[in-house]
Design a protein around this ligand. Structure first.
Ligand SMILES: CC(C)(COP(=O)(O)OP(=O)(O)OC[C@H]1O[C@@H](n2cnc3c(N)ncnc32)[C@H](O)[C@@H]1OP(=O)(O)O)[C@@H](O)C(=O)NCCC(=O)NCCS
Length: 184
């Protein structure tokens, strides 16, 4: 894997004001390490109360995130010594998959979700992915809008994907080399 990620699709320009007033200092992004898992799991349970990942799921992802054969990128956002967001990408051949992305509620709307997604897409390029896929709950319009701004387009559904609730997932795809057209 190359360590110098090239240009990747970015979000459409934003109208509107700056960061939310109570968001605090701008968060710094860095690689997620195992010692981050305590606060990451706390956020995970707060933001995904019905289908939170287990510690084992994070551990097994991080096991593939280092070294010359790494296939994962996991990143955290830290602000004032606190983890306020995280995201992860898995690469398999020329396909990337956004595994997770989450931002602490008080930071929503500050652009942190966009920064985390940009980080994942830069690493997808470094992993030499041609396309990046993701699943998102059909009722999660906020996240869908974020992905659309980056050029992700809907390509299908996975019925009952989110358990135990049985909520459907919308599958979205981004072509990393310019063509962002999708089919439903
Ligand atoms: C989805 C999620 C990651 C988005 O994070 P976020 O930090 O709010 O994302 P951004 O701030 O980059 O963008 C979100 C909104 O803020 C707006 N925004 C971003 N930066 C802005 C800025 N500087 N000024 C004004 N508005 C801004 C964007 O326009 C966007 O609004 P829109 O959705 O109405 O277009 C976050 O809401 C979250 O963690 N949700 C719970 C977990 C989840 O659902 N994860 C996705 C699973 S598939």
């Amino acid at each position: 894997m190359s360590t110098a990620p090239g240009p990747v699709p970015g979000p459409a320009p934003l109208p509107g004001p700056g960061a939310a007033p109570d968001a605090g200092p701008e968060a710094e992004l860095r690689e997620m390490r195992w010692w981050d898992l305590g606060p990451v799991l706390e956020l995970e349970h707060a933001l995904f109360p019905e289908d939170a990942w287990s510690p084992g799921m994070f551990w097994s992802e991080l096991a593939h995130a280092r070294g010359p054969r790494a296939t994962r990128r996991y990143v955290v956002a830290e602000s004032g010594g606190r983890i306020v967001g995280y995201a992860g990408l898995a690469a398999a051949g020329d396909l990337g998959d956004v595994q997770t992305i989450a931002v602490a509620r008080e930071q929503w709307g500050t652009g942190l979700g966009s920064r985390l997604l940009s980080d994942l897409l830069r690493h997808a390029t470094a992993f030499e992915c041609d396309e990046v896929f993701l699943e998102v709950r059909v009722d999660n319009t906020r996240a869908q809008k974020l992905y659309e701004r980056f050029g992700f387009a809907p390509v299908g559904f996975r019925r009952g994907y989110y358990q135990p609730g049985g909520v459907d997932a919308l599958v979205m795809r981004l072509h990393l080399h310019g063509n962002t057209e999708g089919t439903l």
